[in-house]
Design a protein around this ligand. Sequence first.
Ligand SMILES: NC(=O)c1ccc[n+]([C@@H]2O[C@H](COP(=O)([O-])OP(=O)(O)OC[C@H]3O[C@@H](n4cnc5c(N)ncnc54)[C@H](OP(=O)(O)O)[C@@H]3O)[C@@H](O)[C@H]2O)c1
Length: 333
Amino acid sequence: MRALLFHSYGGPLGVEEVPDPVCAPGQLRVRTLASSVNPIDWKLHSGALRLVRPIARPTIPGLDVVGEVLESQDPGFAIGQRIVARIRELPGGAMAEQCLVGADVAVALPEGISVEDAAALPLAGMTALQGLRDDCGLLLPGGGKSRRGSRSASEPGQEGEHRDDARRILVVGASGGVGHYAVQLGRIAGAHVTAVCSGRRAELVRSLGADEIIDYREQDDFRSGAPYDIVIDCAARAPWSRFREVMAPRSHMSQPTPTPVWLLHFALGTFSGKKPHFTRLVPNAEDLGLLIGHVAAGRMRSVVGARFPWTELAAAWALNQAGGTEGKIVLTF
Ligand SMILES: NC(=O)c1ccc[n+]([C@@H]2O[C@H](COP(=O)([O-])OP(=O)(O)OC[C@H]3O[C@@H](n4cnc5c(N)ncnc54)[C@H](OP(=O)(O)O)[C@@H]3O)[C@@H](O)[C@H]2O)c1
């Protein structure tokens, strides 16, 4: 098969002929139909994470995948079926004509969801879900099982219905991959969502369900919708002090981008009762199935801001680094 490999940290990405991957028990071998860009892909490639997340090289990147099953070593999946997944093992392997996917992280792709919309969803969508629900206690209708157990709910409810437990949420980086799903989950939970994005994305973010917009190019504080019960930072630009000042007592914050300074805040917690959490995605089929269900029912959508042929991954990464698009960048095969 043809695959996109890099041989060293920061080295060039090139298409090479490599053997087809060998499927082990519990795995699926799929023909790749689409993938999408996540910042961790190019951070792993650059070597910036080599101390905490070293990867073997040469290697094939790509964590999100939609594929057609060519071989199944799991009774739950049949040949010819279409699946969507966030591959568990870093750095993935989706940037190839075929890849391996653990059956425990795969979900059957329902009719009616496009391959591109599905490919955008797994990593970014599950990060938003786990950050808001598991780390910050957002109550979602049919919310699924929380990794932390105690702070999620699974009662049925109606989208947009403002319940007694509805909360005020701040989503920073609201037009990006994680952020645009976070805004929609906030709306589904019936919360009041304040979204921080650049003005050029305001209309889009409002259409996803934001109640208030803060244009970070015009305003350098988050006070408009404060005090917030839940904060998720999908931009990784502002320090803890900027968030702490707008958070309600006993509120929670999800931070998916841990710098050394943030690690200190996570470890110490805070004496103010405002708690920052490191949100580290745990890929699993249950959460992905929940999100796919929201998309299938029309409650949530993927925003695909750009598409590239998979062999042009370097250009797609460069666009993501430059922040030149909205939502997700999808790789087509
Ligand atoms: N720990 C984990 O498991 C995990 C999982 C997923 C993601 N992450 C991390 O989470 C971060 C976000 O990921 P992503 O996929 O959402 O990235 P992304 O798609 O690149 O989105 C980031 C967004 O931030 C916005 N932005 C830039 N400067 C800003 C500022 N000063 N204030 C507010 N917003 C600003 C940009 O939107 P505009 O166009 O409006 O400027 C951009 O769309 C990345 O650092 C990623 O590595 C971690």
